[in-house]
Write a new protein. Sequence first.
Length: 142
Amino acid sequence: MEFTALALAVMAAFTGAAFYLYFVEHPARRDMLDGDMLAQWQRSCPRAIRVLAPLAGAGFFFGVLALFWSGGALNLTGALFSIAIWVVTYKWIRPMDRTLMAANPDTADAATRALLEKWNLLHGLLACLGFLAVLCFFAAIR
């Protein structure tokens, strides 16, 4: 149960940060011009990666430890939701990150804004996966 509680705490932190990005930080960018929006995103993205990636990895790690320590399908499911965050990130989000980081804010246009909106939708998916992991780990504790 100790590892399940750790997995729950870590994934709750991940989910809170991911929901913040989706519901607060990115919508605030929408009021900016395309170039300013991209420039602000380019400054915040590396910081967000340093926060979110270790949390998702730790959630998976503690979920697997919980599975081996106390068993339970809910621990397995929570760990799978946690690692699914990495899969979605590396398959769809990281290629967008590279494109957006390479873009010049002075030449940003509507296509850049559309790519940033797509990026935000995928982060909404990450937040949902994190929330599902939290539900699984919470149910496993009960």
